[in-house]
Design a protein around this ligand. Structure first.
Ligand code: 5AD
Length: 482
């Protein structure tokens, strides 16, 4: 690894970034640091998350964002009071995610004219530092920026100076599933800037949490691929001075696999932190309720939400990101959003004193997922020859890391996942994943079992059936009856 970006070089590049939109002129690092220091500690994301981890509870957090400031504040207040959210989000709109601030501005104006949100999130860059601070001051819990932005440098400058204390994403996880044409080197370097900025805050006594986006494409992503990518983003972040990092995982649906993956992810991440000499990092976890297609029927949607809450609670994830009964339809109403939170709260409360029962299958699952993730990370490090960014770039080009169903042309897209007979996500086509014969045999054997049960060879049709299964009321996709 090459180490922290040189301070002078960083300060120099900040000037260019802040000049890309007028609100950039409002940002001062000194003012940002002082603002954070004056906030009560219970509004700091990293501090609260550390406490949550120590208490062994699973905190709940929604997604939410609308175009107009006052409406956005009202929405967050509602989710805090009515939904009892432990952490609040600010979901950023799609124009801002693509640095199209002019169009975001038009979205704000149209929303004002129409009297309702014409954007799918809050355009924080257009509002600037002071409206962001108003959000932070109007609520009583920490607020995180959630988005999907390959180049989030200006967004980070404005929102962090604005008092947000957690920032989701990463150079891999906010590129590969979100963009088609952004080179990995570009997004990784832009995210190194974000991490360096957070490193700067840390150097000045302000803790900002960073979270990786675990679910990736949300479509049958084998957990080992998520884990490997999370570990690489963790290493990139801590190299730039990030001190609070949250590893993320999307629910697959088989309880053994989900719990084993979450635990395996933490064990492996701790191993790598130690190996590279980063001992002072607060490592936490977030579990995402099912990120794939949802049933339209709200009662069924609540069942999917509840099952995700069970997995998060039993795995003792530090935080769970909550879905809503409107998931199949689009951006939820505030009431639907609070309903998802309440369903989740009820489950995590009921399960808080229960432990996941360790069983043979869980142990095997954890061993295998760690083996797979380790193989990917090790090969990536080898390819980098001491340069982690180059290693990641080469690993994606070679298909050593391969995310299923990703739009990016910098992702090989040769692997195919499918569920086995117990609903665990396995790999049907390995592409160029650096897996040995033991790993391959494990996956083949599990898929064969399903094939035998269903009287068909494991094939692409299984993959299609699986993608639609939960929306249709099942976990494992069933063959169509003729
Ligand atoms: N408000 C609430 N939820 C949102 N999502 C995206 N934008 C918003 C928003 N503005 C949710 C989607 C999906 C997930 C990726 O984010 O419904 O569940």
């Amino acid at each position: 690894m090459k180490g922290k970006i040189d301070l002078e070089k960083f300060l120099q590049s900040r000037k260019e970034v802040l000049a890309t939109w007028p609100t950039g002129a409002e940002v001062s690092l000194e003012d940002g640091v002082n603002y954070h220091k004056a906030l009560p500690p219970e509004k700091n994301f990293a501090v609260k998350l550390k406490k949550v981890k120590e208490e062994g509870i699973t905190a709940i957090q929604p997604r939410a964002g609308v175009a107009l400031l006052n409406e956005h504040i009202a929405l967050l207040k509602y989710l805090e009071k009515e939904g009892e959210a432990d952490f609040l989000p600010t979901t950023i709109d799609s124009y801002t995610r693509q640095n199209r601030y002019q169009e975001a501005q038009r979205g704000i104006e149209e929303s004002l004219a129409e009297g309702r949100s014409m954007l799918n999130g809050f355009p924080a860059v257009n509002y600037g530092v002071y409206p962001c601070r108003k959000i932070i001051e109007e609520v009583n819990v920490p607020v995180q920026v959630r988005h999907g932005t390959p180049d989030a440098r200006l967004l980070a400058e404005i929102t962090l100076a604005g008092g947000f204390s957690s920032f989701e994403g990463g150079g891999i996880t906010y590129n590969i599933p979100y963009a088609k044409e952004v080179p990995l080197r570009k997004s990784i370097e832009d995210w190194q800037y974000v991490d360096r900025l957070i490193g700067y805050y840390a150097e000045h006594g302000v803790l900002i949490n960073r979270e990786s986006f675990g679910p990736l494409t949300g479509t049958l992503v084998p957990p080992s691929i998520t884990i490997a990518i999370n570990i690489l983003e963790l290493l990139l972040a801590v190299e730039q001075g990030v001190k609070s990092f949250t590893l993320g995982l999307g629910q697959c649906g088989n309880l053994n696999q989900d719990v084993a993956a979450l635990h395996g992810m933490v064990e492996l991440a701790e191993e790598y932190l130690k190996r590279f000499g980063f001992q002072d990092v607060d490592l936490t976890t977030v579990f995402h309720q099912w990120m794939g297609g949802f049933p339209q029927d709200e009662a069924r949607a609540f069942a999917v939400i509840a099952w995700g809450a069970v997995a998060a609670a039993l795995a003792k994830a530090n935080k769970v990101i909550v879905k809503t009964p409107h998931e199949a339809l689009g951006v939820p109403t505030k009431e639907a959003n609070a309903q998802g939170l309440k369903t989740t709260r009820q489950i995590v409360n009921m399960l808080k004193d229960q432990r996941f029962m360790v069983n043979e299958e869980y142990l095997l699952e954890k061993e295998m997922v760690k083996k797979e993730a380790r193989a990917i990370v090790e090969r990536t490090l080898e390819l980098g020859e001491g340069d982690l960014v180059a290693g990641i770039e080469r690993a994606f080009a070679a298909g050593v890391i391969d995310v299923p169903f990703a739009p990016s042309r910098f992702n090989l897209g040769k692997i195919l996942p499918a569920r086995d007979d117990t609903g665990a996500v396995r790999i049907l086509e390995f592409g160029n994943l650096p897996f040995d014969s033991e790993i391959r045999e494990f996956h083949r054997e599990r898929l064969k079992r399903r094939g035998e049960k269903e009287g068909r060879e494991p094939s692409f049709q299984m993959v299609i059936d699986d993608i639609y299964a939960i929306g249709k009321g099942m976990l494992v996709g069933k063959p169509r009856t003729k």
